[in-house]
Ligand binder design. Sequence first.
Ligand SMILES: Cc1cc2nc3c(=O)[nH]c(=O)nc-3n(C[C@H](O)[C@H](O)[C@H](O)COP(=O)(O)OP(=O)(O)OC[C@H]3O[C@@H](n4cnc5c(N)ncnc54)[C@H](O)[C@@H]3O)c2cc1C
Ligand code: FES
Ligand code: FES
Length: 1397
Amino acid sequence: MIRYLTFALNCYPTMAIRLVSQTRGVLSKMGGTQTATGNLVFAVNGERFELPTIDPSTTLLEFLRSHTPFKSVKLSCGEGGCGACVALLSKYDPVLDKVEDFTVSSCLTLLCSVNRCSITTSEGLGNSRNGFHAIHKRFTGFHASQCGYCTPGMCVSLFGALVNAEKTNRLEPPPPFSKLTVFEAEKAVAGNICRCTGYRPIADACKSLAADVDIEDLGLNSFWRKEHSKEEKISKLPVYDRNDEVCTFPEFLKMEIRSGISFDSKRYNWYTPASVEELQNLLNFDEGTGTKIVVSNTGMGYYKELEPYDRYIDLKHIPELSMLRIDQTGVEIGAAVTISKIIETLKNENQHEFRPTDRIILQKLANHMEKIATGFIRSTASVGGNLVMAQRKYFPSDIAAILLAVDSTVDIMSGHQFKKITLEEFLEGPPLDSNSILISVKIPNWASVGKLSPENNTTLLFETYRASPRPLGNALPYLNAAFLAEVSPTKTSDGVLVNHCQMAFGAYGTKHAIRARTIEKFLTGKLLSSDVLYKAIKLVRAAVVPEDGTANPAYRSSLAAGFLFEFFSSLIDSGTEISNGFSNGYTSTSLFKHSKPVQNNNQHYPNKIPTMLSSGKQVLQLSKSYNPVGEPITKSGAAIQASGEAVYVDDIPSPVNCLHGAFIYSRKPLAWVKSIKLNQKPFPDGVAAVISSKDIPDHGKNVGSRTGFGAEPLFADDQTHCAGQRVALVVADTQKLADMAANSAVVSYGMENLEPPILSVEEAVKRSSFFDVPPFFRGKPVGDISKGMDEADNKIVSAEIRLGSQYYFYMETQTALAIADEDNCIVVYSSVQCPEYAHGVIAKCLGVPAHNVRVITRRVGGGFGGKAMHAMPIATACALAAQKLQRPVRMYLNRKTDMIVTGGRHPMKITYTVGFKSDGKITALQLEILIDAGIAIDVSPIIVPNVLNGLKKYDWGALSFDIKLCKTNSTSKSAMRAPGEVQGSYIAEAIIERVASTLSLEVDSVRNVNLHTYNSLKSFYEGSAGEPVEYTLPSIWDQLAVSSSFNQRIEMMNEFNRRNKWKKRGISRVPIVHEVLLRPTPGKVSILNDGSVVVEVGGIELGQGLWTKVKQMVAYALSLIQCNGDGDLLDKVRVIQADTLSLIQGGLTAGSTTSESSCEVVRLCCNILVERLTTLKEKLQKQTGNVQWETLISKAYMQSVNLSASSYYIPDTSSNSYLNYGAAVSEVEVNLLTGETTILQVDLIYDCGQSLNPAVDLGQIEGAFVQGVGFFMSEEYLTNSDGLLVSDSTWTYKVPSMDTIPKQFNVEILNSGHHEKRILSSKASGEPPLLLAVSVHGATSAAIKEARKQLLSWSSKDGSESIFQLDVPATMPVVKEFCGLDIVEKYLEWTIASSNN
Ligand SMILES: Cc1cc2nc3c(=O)[nH]c(=O)nc-3n(C[C@H](O)[C@H](O)[C@H](O)COP(=O)(O)OP(=O)(O)OC[C@H]3O[C@@H](n4cnc5c(N)ncnc54)[C@H](O)[C@@H]3O)c2cc1C
Ligand code: FES
Ligand code: FES
C-alpha cells in the first residue's frame, strides 16, 4: 500500500501557489494544462507547489522554512557542514519509469534546480497527526534526541539510506528490519553533527533498522528490558513495514512529467540548456549581466559568494556533461556527474574491459572519494564543479590529486573551441575564464596507456592517502596523495625494482595538486632500499612545501614523507615488521614475500579497527522508590522533535511586516568607530534601518547583557573594545538581505590617541588590566605551603600550561523574535537559558518598566552555557529595533557571526611549582593562573572557584594559588559546560603526568597515591564533602579497574606497542570530583478541570531532559493522593514554555542542578495540591469507596478548591553544594605517521545518586564526555593578530562527529543509594562527566610517550628523558609533532646505520 501523508496547513505561502489534489495519487485538477504556464513545479511531502516566479538564488531551505509549514529542515551552518537541513530529493525518469532518491543539503540546493522533483522532509515521513514513522519512533525509544535540533536531519539522512537499501535485490529481512546493513545505517548519518548526544544512541537507533544487527549490541532503550529474550526484544521494536512505506514521488507529479512540464527559463533567469550548442548560445548571449554556471551549487558552501547573479545556467541537462562511459580506453565522466555516481560506477565489479589491477585503481579511487564531504553533499556535488573550484579558486580538492596520479585528461570548451588536455595542464593553466566549460574528465585504463613494461612479472601498485581531522570525511585534508608504481622483482637480487611511478600530492597549502616529477624520476629504475627511500623522502620534503601563511606547514610536509614511506617501505627487504594499515591492497605474490603485513594474533586487538561502527554497553540500577521518578522514560517531546514539529524560536511563523536583523561587528580590537556605511546609499533595497547605540531611547541604557558582576553594552559606542564586538544592527526585509548588508558594511576605524590593545594575559599583567574577583569567589588556600614544599624530595619549578578557548557549537544559533505590543509593551521570544535576566536587560535598554516586557522561551536548540549571557544581546537588539520601528523584528545569527560574537570558554595560562616525594605523593602545589576573561566581566569571577574545584580532586598536601582575571581586548568569555572545572581537572592531570614522568613512574600509580582520603577531601572541599559514606570515588576507582580489565589491558597494550612501530596505544584512568551548587527556583503546578496538569518551571528545556524529569516528579508527587487512575498521571502532565510574566524569578538554567531544583519546586507545589485535595478525597472515598482522579478533580472544581499552586524552592544553605564523583578509563591508538588518534575504548562509571531518569542521565553523561573529547582533541579556537576568530565555520572548527567517538563506549551509572540531603537522593549529571574526557588526552600522551621512547631508541638513546606537555587540543598536527615530524627519516637513518654496521 502506498501512503501519502497530508497536512492541515496553518500558513499559506505568500509566493507559492499550492495546489493539493483532493485524492492523493490522482493528478491534481490543473493537471497537464498547468504545464503551459512554464512555472516551476515540484512536490513537498506529497503536496504540489507551483511558483510563478522566484529569485533564482533562493535555496530550497529558504523556501521550505519561509513559505511552507515544513520547518523540520533546520538552518545550522548554511555551508553543507552539519546535516541539520537534510531533505530527500527524488527525481523521476519517465522513460525508465524509475525514481531516484538521494539526500541533499537544502541550505545549498537552489530551488529552481528542483523543478519536477519531489522533496521529502522529516514531517513527510510521519507526524503526530498521521502517526510517526518507525525512524522517529526508534530515535525516540533509543533516547537519540536531546535538544532535537539535529534530529529531523538525522532521520532524513537515515531514511535516504533506507529507501535505497530497499531498492536492492538483497534478501527480504523479517518485519521490524529493513534491507539496510549496520554499516550503511551508521554511515548514513556520518555527516550529520549532533552536539548533545555523543552519537552512540543515534548509532543504535539507526542500526536497529538493519537486517544484520545483533540486537544484543543495541543500547538502552524504552522498548525492552535487558532480561527479555532476543525474540522478545525484536518483537518490541516499533514496526517498520516496507510494504507501507512513504511514497517519495507522488503519482500526480509523475503524470505531469509524462505529459511534459515546460519551464520558462527566462522568467526565472534559470537556464537549463539541453545541448552543448544551446549552452554555447547562452554563453555567447552577453547581456552584460552576471552569469553563474551551476551544477549543484555546493561550492557555495565553501566560497559563500554573496553577490547576486542575474542569471544562472544549470549544466545538468546536457548529455555530454552527464554521461559516464566505460570502454577499453578508460572511464569518461561528464563534468556534471555527481561524486556518488562516480563511486557507484568505479566500484562496479563488472568492468570486463579492465584488467584486475586497473579495477583495483578504480576501486581505490572510489574508496578515496567516499571520504569526500558527506553523503548528502556527494549525492549532488559534481566532479566538474570540484575540479573547476580547484583550478579556478585553488580549492584543496581530493579529486584533483587522485586523478592527477593516474594521468587523467580533461575536455574543455572555450567558445566554439574544444580541446583535450591533461589534468596537469588544466590545473597549471590560467584560471578558466567564465565562458569556458569543463565538459568531461577521463581516467585512462592503465593497460591502454602503454606505460606498462612488456615484462609480465611486473605488478601495478596504487594507493591514495588522506590525512584529515575526521577519518570519514566532512573534513578537508591537511594533505592528500596518490601513488602509482609498477614494480618487479629483480633477477639478480632479492629486491624490488621500480620500473615506473607516478605521484601526486595536493591540498597541503599549494595552489593546486602537483605531480612530484623529481621524485618519480629519481625512483624510476631504482632498486628499492632504505637508502633509496631515504633519498626519495628528502626529495619529497623539497617538493611538498606549503605556501606562506598555510597552517601547520611542517606537519603537512611530514605527512607527505610519511605517506611515501608507507607506500614503499613494506617492499624493502629489511625485515621491517610493519603492520596495521600497511596493506596497501598488495596481493601476496612472491614479490612481497618479505613484506607481508605482520599478523597480530592478539584477539583483543583485531588488526584492522573498523573505521565506523561504534558500540557501547550501559549498566544502570533502576530505583523504584519514587515511581515514575527513576524510570528511564523517553524524553518529553522526542517524537515531535524527530518529525520536526517541535517549535523553536525560528520556527514561529513571522508576523506580518516582520523585519530581520543582522549584526555588524568590529574587526578591530581597539579603535574609534568613525562611521558605518552600507554599500549603497542611503540603504540598499529592502534594508529598513541600521540600529546602533544612538538609537537607544533617552531613558534607556546601552546594555546588552547583565550578570550579578556587571553589564556589557549592546553596541560599541564611539569606541570598539574587541574584534567581534557588536557595532550596529542592520534591519531588512529578509534574513538574507540583512546578512548581505551587514557583511558588506564598511566600518571606518580610527586609532588616534589609543594605546595598543591588550591581546594576551601577559600584556594584561604588564598593564594591570584585571577584573575584580569578589572575596567570596577567591577561594581559600589549603594547608601550609612552605611546610609542604619543605617535605618534598623533588620539585618541578615554574612549569607552564596553556589552555585555549572552546566554542559552544549549539546546533541552533542565537535567535529571537520581538513583537511590539500595545502601551509600549514588548513580547520577545528568545532562545535563552535565562529569560529572567534577558527580561531585565530588555527593560533597562528600552527604558521601560519591567512589566512592559515579556520574554517567552519554549525550548532551546542546545545551549551549553552559550545561551545564558550571550543570548541576551540578540533578544535586546531585536526588542530595540522592534520598538523603534514599531514592526516585529527577528534575528537568526548565521554561524559565522555567532561564532565570532559569542566568545566561549576561558583561555588560561598556568604556572605551577609542585613538590613531591619519590613515590609520587605530592606534598605541595603552588599555582599562578591568569584567566583571559575578555572585555566584559560576564560571569568570569565564578571561573576562579570552579578551576579550584576541578583541580582539588587530588590531595595536593598543601595548595596555594594566585589567580587573576585578566581584562583583554577580546570577546567576553562566558560559562561553557563545566566552566573552569574542566580546565582545573586538566591542570591536575597535567601536573600528575609531569610528576610521573619526572620520577619515571606509571602515571596511574601517581594518581593512586594522590587520591583523597575522606579526611583530605573534607579539608579541600570544606562544606560540601558530605558524609563519609557519600564519598564513593575510591570504590568507583577500584570497580572501574575491574570492569574495564584495566591491568590486563595494560599488558596487552604493552605487547601491542612492542610489536608495532607505526601505531602506539596508550591507556589512562582518571578520577573526577565536581562540586555543584543548588540555586533557588520557582514553579507552578495547576490541575485543569479534566484532570490534566500544566506545569511551569523556572528551568529551561535545553535538551537536558529537564521537562521529562519534572513530568516524572509531578506524576510521582501527585500520585501521593492515592486515587484510582493516578498511575496514568505521567501522560496527563504537560510542562509549558517559560514566560517571565507568568512565573517570575526563573533565574539561570546552568550548573547541572536546574533539573533537580525544578523537580523539587514542583514537588513542593504538588504537596500543596495534595494537601488541599486530601480532605475532599477522604470524604469521597468514604462515600463511594474508590475515587477516580478525574472525579476528584471535577468535584474539587465544584467546591472551588484552589487547584493551582506555586512555590519557590530555596535550597538549604547547609547542603546546597555537593560533590559528584566519577572515573573513566580511555584507551587510544595513535598513528605515528599522521598523528591521528583513534579512541578504541572508554569505560566510565559515574555516580548519579538515585537517578531521576537514568536514560536522561546516560544521555547527559555520554554527550558531555564527547563534548569534552572535542575540547581536548579537536576543537581549535584560532584567532588572528587582532583577536578575531578565524576558525569560524564548520570547515575550520571541528566538533566530534560519529566517526571520531569511542569505538566502544561503556557507561555505568552508579546508584549510590540514599542521600538524605539530595532531591530524592539524585545527583547532577549535566557537566561533571565532561571532565572525564581528559582521560582520552592522558591516553594520547601515554601513546606519544611510547612513540618518543622508540624514536629515542633509534637515536641510540634510552628514552628516559621523554618529558613533554601535550597541548590542548591534541589535534593531528600537535600529536604528530610530539611523535616526531621526521620520524620516518630517523627510522631510515637508523636502519641504514644498522645495516652498515
Ligand atoms: C561540506 C562540504 C565538504 C566538502 N569536502 C570536500 C573534500 O573533502 N574534498 C574535496 O575534494 N571536495 C570537497 N567538497 C567540494 C565538493 O566536492 C564541491 O563543492 C562539489 O564537487 C562542487 O560541485 P557542484 O556541482 O556543487 O558545483 P557548483 O557549486 O555548482 O560549482 C562550483 C564552481 O564551479 C563552476 N562550475 C561547475 N561546473 C562547471 C563546469 N563544468 N565548467 C565550468 N565551470 C563549472 C561553477 O560556476 C562554480 O563556480 C566539499 C563540499 C562541501 C559543501
Ligand atoms: S545547515 Fe545545511 S548542512 Fe548545515
Ligand atoms: S540532539 Fe543533536 S544537536 Fe541536540
